[in-house]
Design a protein around this ligand. Structure first.
Ligand code: AMP
Ligand code: MN
Ligand code: MN
Ligand code: MN
Length: 276
């Protein structure tokens, strides 16, 4: 019997496409036994899912927190915390404010590049969702400013581009401490996506571990066997457990589908042993 889990997914409460109840129905169809909705800096999707049909699925409280370490934006996934913990509620309120302020600045910068009206456009697409760069990218595609989401990031929104507004995200320490204080497990999301040198990635793992982090994602979305092997080695080296998830945002030809086999961890300790 294979155990299917997914501890990294997004809904339309942040930059995913599916409503929480739809995501859960899809997870059930896929045969997933345990799921975490890990929207960017919000629990709105997790809360909304409480009114969905959760039969057959264990929904673990989750969030993907944006924070900064050494000048780079890092994502930390929190799992299994108390969703009502004051420290968690407070950091997510601050992050929502930071995202709204950043959206205004992104729009100003795009306006200076002859792309007016981006704030209103992105807000209309985001609706009640936690606003992020993907909403700007979607609006730019719809307006014909760019041909694809990818090219919106490549030209305007990605690392080092004009719309990459440096935001006052909380520190890595604050993100990890908040998750731990709220009774949850702190997991370093997609460690290879930061494009760090080996030395810098080791420094990040060392700090993360010292701050109270317990795991890293040995699998995030689509990746090669080599990448998985490298991440498992990194986790073992720093005595971090394994976590894994699809990082599902929407059905997309190049994206991962929902569900990860728990067997991916092999004989490593894994967060689902604690959570389930
Ligand atoms: P934000 O958290 O608002 O800064 O936006 C980051 C999000 O943008 C990530 O979580 C991804 O979902 C998405 N993203 C990053 N790079 C790209 C890209 N090249 N194409 C499409 N989406 C991207
Ligand atoms: Mn995202
Ligand atoms: Mn992420
Ligand atoms: Mn994610």
């Amino acid at each position: 019997m294979t155990l299917l889990i997914d501890f990294h997914t997004h809904t339309n409460a942040s930059d995913g496409e599916l409503a929480p109840a739809v995501l859960i129905a899809r997870a059930r169809e896929a045969g997933i036994a345990a799921l975490a909705i890990t929207d960017h800096d919000t629990l709105a999707g997790y809360h909304a899912a409480q009114t969905a049909d959760l039969s057959g699925i264990e929904l673990v409280p989750g969030v993907e927190i944006s924070c900064v370490w050494g000048g780079t934006t890092i994502h930390v996934v929190g799992l299994g915390f108390d969703p009502a913990a004051p420290a968690m509620v407070a950091i997510l309120q601050r992050l929502t404010l930071a995202r709204n302020e950043r959206a205004v600045k992104i729009s100003e910068r795009l306006g200076a590049r002859n792309i007016p009206g981006a704030l209103e456009g992105a807000q209309a697409i985001a609706g009640d969702s936690q606003i992020g760069r993907p909403h700007f990218a979607q609006w730019m595609v719809a307006q014909g400013h760019v041909s694809s989401m990818n090219s919106a990031f490549d030209k305007y929104l990605g690392q080092g581009k004009i719309g990459d507004v440096k935001t006052f995200w909380p520190t890595l320490e604050s993100a990890v401490t908040t998750i731990v204080e709220s009774g949850g497990l702190a997991i370093l999301a997609h460690p290879l996506k930061y494009k760090f040198t080996r030395m810098k990635l080791n420094a990040l793992c060392q700090d993360f571990k010292a701050l109270g982090g317990v795991a890293l994602e040995v699998l995030n979305g689509r990746q090669t066997h080599d990448e998985t092997a490298r991440l498992k080695q990194l986790a073992n080296q720093w005595a971090l457990q394994a976590s894994a998830g699809s990082d599902f945002h929407r059905d997309w030809q190049y994206g991962a589908t929902l569900g990860v086999e728990a067997a991916i961890a092999g004989d490593m300790p894994a967060v689902w042993e604690t959570l389930l």
